[in-house]
Design a protein around this ligand. Sequence first.
Ligand SMILES: NC(=O)c1ccc[n+]([C@@H]2O[C@H](COP(=O)([O-])OP(=O)(O)OC[C@H]3O[C@@H](n4cnc5c(N)ncnc54)[C@H](O)[C@@H]3O)[C@@H](O)[C@H]2O)c1
Length: 275
Amino acid sequence: MSQVIVVIGAGSIGQAIARRVSAGKHVLLADLRQETADAAAKVMSDAGFAVSTTTVDVSSRESVEALVAKATSIGDVFGMIHAAGVSPSQAPPAAILHVDLYGTALLLEQFGKVIVEGGSGIVIASQSGHRLHALTAEEDKALATTPVEELMALPMLSLDKVTDSLNAYQIAKRGNSLRVKAEAVNWAKRGARVNTISPGIIMTPLANDELSGPRGEGYRRMIDLSPVGRAGTPDEVGVLGALLMGRDGAFITGSDFLMDGGVTASWFYGELAPK
Ligand SMILES: NC(=O)c1ccc[n+]([C@@H]2O[C@H](COP(=O)([O-])OP(=O)(O)OC[C@H]3O[C@@H](n4cnc5c(N)ncnc54)[C@H](O)[C@@H]3O)[C@@H](O)[C@H]2O)c1
C-alpha cells in the first residue's frame, strides 16, 4: 500500500514542503481551485513524484470528509501539509474565520482519525497570530478544544466583536497553533505528530496580494525594518517543514515555530514597535 502525503492548499508553501518529504510516496494535491492543484501536479510529476489531484473546500465538512476518503483509498495517510488559507486582503472577517480557523480545526480532527503510526502533520499559521495581544486562559482553551461544530458560535468570534479582516486573521492564526497544541495529544494516540509553522512574509501569490493591497505600505515597511531585512521564500519554509515532519523532528510535537526574519522581535522590542 502506498504512503500518502496530503497537501491541502497546493500553493507555493504547500508545494515547497511536499517536495522535501514526498520522495517515494504518493502526493495528493488538494486545492479549492483545480487549476492550482493541476499546476502543482505538473511541476511535481515532471520532477519524478507520483501525484494525483482533487478539489477541496476546507470550510466544508462534506468536502473535507470526501478528501479524507479519497486519501485513504489511495493508501496510508503518512503526512498532512495544511497550507490553504485566505489572507486579510482576500476576504471579509466571516470568510477568514470560516476558512482559516474552522477549516483548520476540521482538518486536524478528520486527519487525526486516519493518520498512521509514524506520520506527521504541519499546519501553516502566521506571524500575525504572534502579534495578537494575549488572550485569556479561557479564550485560549476555547480556541484549542471547543468541538469543531461549536467553534463559530463562540462569543469571542461574534462578528460584532471581530469587525476587521486583520483581526479575524490574527485570531484564526493564533487559534491554529492552540488547536495544534491540543490535537497533538490526540494524534499521539495514533503514534503521530503535528506542529505549526508561523511564517512571516513569504513571497507567494498570497503575499503579493497583500503587498499590492490596502496594507501594502505597512508590509513593505515590515520587510525593510525587519532584522533580516528581506522577505522569506517558500523554500525556506520547506526546509523547516521537512525537519519537523522527518526523523530529525521525532521529539517535536504540539509546537509552533515562528520564522519571520525577526519581524515579531522588532514589533515588540525594535523599530517596528507601534508608537
Ligand atoms: N505568504 C505569506 O507571506 C504567508 C505568511 C504567513 C502565513 N501564510 C499562510 O500560508 C498559507 C499558504 O499561503 P501561500 O502564501 O502559500 O499562498 P498561496 O496563495 O500560494 O496558497 C494558498 C492556497 O489556498 C487555497 N485556498 C484558499 N481557500 C481555500 C479553501 N477554502 N479550501 C481549500 N483551499 C483554499 C488557494 O486556492 C491557494 O492555492 C496560508 O494559510 C497563509 O495564511 C502565508
